[in-house]
Design a protein around this ligand. Structure first.
Ligand SMILES: NC(=O)C1=CN([C@@H]2O[C@H](COP(=O)(O)OP(=O)(O)OC[C@H]3O[C@@H](n4cnc5c(N)ncnc54)[C@H](OP(=O)(O)O)[C@@H]3O)[C@@H](O)[C@H]2O)C=CC1
Ligand SMILES: CC[C@](O)(C(C)=O)C(=O)O
Ligand SMILES: [Mg+2]
Ligand SMILES: [Mg+2]
Length: 347
């Protein structure tokens, strides 16, 4: 089994006397900054003027321009949206890095696809939590953590791996487990996971199930509970004890249906298409498309996002969730992200 590091395996001294600039205060940024501060580290936040700046100040941080925060820091964690990192790096980060500093990422996209080429005299590492930022914060507050991968791209000081591990410990990841990776492995597996399984695969599965039932004349509310709401309850059982644990709790009828019909839905053809998705990621085809989409001001992204937000499942879901206040988490109430999809949730 691959080596998984926990709190007792990690030396944190290497980071204790360092100043950490967290650049960006969105999903990951707010979680890293708050968790690191509560773990005893010296954190400054780098931002442009705006909503996030206001939030970080309300949370008691020294907030500076990105250039100023970077010039004060020994370790710079870049937690901007992937598609904005190159421009901000070129404009405000690069010239403010000192030899021997470290620049870090929570996802390897821009280093792996050569959008950012760091100077040769700095350490470059990643600490990539395997979970959404709001849960990196929420689990830390609850005394637990979200697992993370760490990896070193460039080790100038000889301390890059120790710095990455101490950083992972600071955000609470070592409570759950920290695994070593490379920028290539993290980037390719993370993109594949979110596209084929966690986000793209899951939302497509939920919508297809909901549409199949409603198009057959069943009530949308029943279809919502069956295909979306109950998903979390089933996944909780898988998360807690694997597939067997979930199958222990469901009826034998459901388990037989799982065995008999599951492979009719996700079959060898589905797997072949998953392999195509993985190939597009590995060849850089996906990255190229995403970079071009942003250069064109996201025409497809915005159009699809609008259509998705108007899907019947979203309307029915909102009505039902309003009647179940217990399902609403602080993330929705406190949401500060600018992305359309997230504003839709808040509003
Ligand atoms: N979301 C997640 O859970 C995960 C994300 N990651 C990685 O973490 C990184 C950050 O992603 P995520 O947390 O989703 O990002 P968000 O979109 O949530 O946050 C972006 C932050 O960057 C700020 N920002 C945007 N543009 C600029 C700019 N030009 N100058 C200064 N600040 C700017 C925003 O501030 P403002 O309010 O001013 O717009 C906001 O505070 C990415 O590399 C991502 O792949 C990795 C694991 C999981
Ligand atoms: C699953 C999406 C993710 O990779 C994540 C939360 O881990 C992301 O990029 O947001
Ligand atoms: Mg991820
Ligand atoms: Mg990701």
């Amino acid at each position: 089994m691959t080596k998984v590091r926990y709190e007792n395996d990690i030396q944190t001294e290497v980071l204790k006397d360092k100043k950490i600039a967290v650049v960006g205060y969105g999903s990951q940024g707010h979680a890293h900054a708050l968790n690191l501060r509560e773990s005893g580290y010296d954190v400054v936040v780098g931002l442009r003027p705006g909503k996030s700046q206001q939030k970080a100040e309300e949370d008691g941080f020294d907030v500076h321009s990105v250039a100023e925060a970077v010039s004060q820091a020994d370790v710079v964690m870049v937690l901007l949206p992937d598609e904005h990192q190159t421009a901000v790096y070129t404009e405000s980060i690069k010239s403010n890095l000192q030899p021997g500093n470290a620049i870090a990422f929570a996802h390897g996209f821009n280093i792996h696809f050569s959008q950012i080429v760091p100077p040769e005299d700095v350490d470059v590492f990643l600490v990539a939590p395997k979970g959404p930022g709001h849960l990196v914060r929420r689990t830390y507050e609850g005394g637990a953590g979200v697992p993370a991968l760490f990896g070193v791209y460039q080790d100038v000081t000889g301390n890059a791996a120790e710095l990455a591990l101490a950083y992972a410990q600071g955000i609470g990841a070592a409570r759950a487990g920290v695994l070593e990776t490379t920028f290539q492995e993290e980037t390719e597996t993370d993109l594949f996971g979110e596209q084929a399984v966690l986000c793209g695969g899951l939302t497509s599965l939920i919508k297809a199930g909901f549409e199949t039932l409603t198009e057959a004349g069943y009530q949308p509310e029943v279809a919502y509970f069956e295909c979306l709401h109950e998903m979390k309850l089933i996944v909780d059982l898988i998360y807690e004890g694997g597939l067997e644990n979930m199958r222990y709790s469901i009826s034998d009828t459901a388990q037989w249906g799982d065995f008999a019909s599951g492979p009719r839905i996700v079959d060898e053809d589905t797997k072949a298409r998953m392999k195509e998705v993985l190939t597009d990621i590995q060849t850089g085809e996906f990255a190229k498309g995403w970079i071009l989409e942003n250069q064109a001001n996201r025409p497809k992204f915005n159009a699809i996002n609008k259509k998705e937000n108007n899907h019947q499942i979203e309307k029915v879901g909102k009505e039902l969730r309003d009647l179940m206040p217990f399902v609403k988490q602080p993330l929705q109430a406190k949401q500060s992200k600018q992305k359309d999809v997230k504003e839709h949730v808040t509003n």
